[in-house]
Design a protein around this ligand. Structure first.
Ligand code: DX5
Ligand code: ZN
Length: 218
């Protein structure tokens, strides 16, 4: 199980300091929520800010694009130092082309599904992606309540990946905390995004340890 702290819940005035704390706590991924105020009702940040943090942080940069026209921004996000880009199935009319575009820019590629989007809608793109991100809240904001139906989606997706003998990672995003993390890992999730459960806590190191212990059932 790998942890992907979402900087959306960090204090943006102390962004670098917060990123350093999760890196020191041993988190593997840095989850970067890029929002355009169009696909989702919120605006966050883009390539320039990612590029600035990249100079100081060695974690895997995992950019979750909640934007209507992701293709337009892929080259700049590559130059900014993103390692993985995930795009929403719901916004990509030509999903196969967008996935190839991410790979052509030398990054890993993933697809994201909103809570209401069925897993079988990505059956035919699964062999082309490195990761599938299942949303366990409606995208746009941190600190929302976990939608438990995602557990069935994780299990179904895990079966699809195993049946086809693929090496696709399953990431889950939204409302992940120490009471649901074990059920997610047991269902087959590999990468767990956590915003408020990490950056919303006073002691980041303890929050990370609590999540890891909870995932192991301790
Ligand atoms: C929601 C974002 C999430 C969010 C998670 O649109 O994609 O990454 O930051 O925050 P929590 O863990 O607080 O639900
Ligand atoms: Zn996210």
């Amino acid at each position: 199980m790998k942890l992907a702290p979402s900087v959306l819940s960090a204090d943006f005035a102390r962004l670098l300091e917060s990123c350093k704390k999760v890196e020191e706590a041993g988190c593997e991924y840095l989850h970067l929520d890029v929002m355009d105020g169009h696909f989702v009702p919120n605006i966050t940040f883009g390539a320039p800010i990612i590029k600035s943090i990249r100079k100081e942080i060695d974690m895997i940069f995992d950019a979750h694009l909640m934007i209507s026209d992701p293709d337009k921004f892929i080259p700049d996000l590559a130059k900014a130092g993103c390692d993985i880009i995930t795009v929403h199935q719901e916004t990509c009319i030509h999903l196969h082309r967008t996935i190839q575009n991410i790979k052509a820019n030398n990054m890993k590629a993933g697809v994201v599904l909103n809570p209401a989007t069925p897993v079988d809608t990505i059956k035919h793109i699964l062999p082309d992606v490195d990761m599938v991100l299942l949303m366990s809240v409606n995208p746009g904001f941190g600190g929302q309540k976990f939608i438990p139906e995602v557990l069935n989606k994780v299990k179904e997706l895990k079966r699809m990946i195993e049946e086809k003998n693929l090496e696709v990672l399953i990431e889950v995003d939204g409302g992940v905390n120490s009471s649901n993390i074990k059920s997610l890992v047991d269902s087959g999730a590999d990468v767990l995004v956590a915003g408020s459960a990490i950056f919303g806590m006073d002691d980041i190191n303890k929050a990370v340890q609590d999540l890891r212990n909870a995932a192991l059932g301790r």
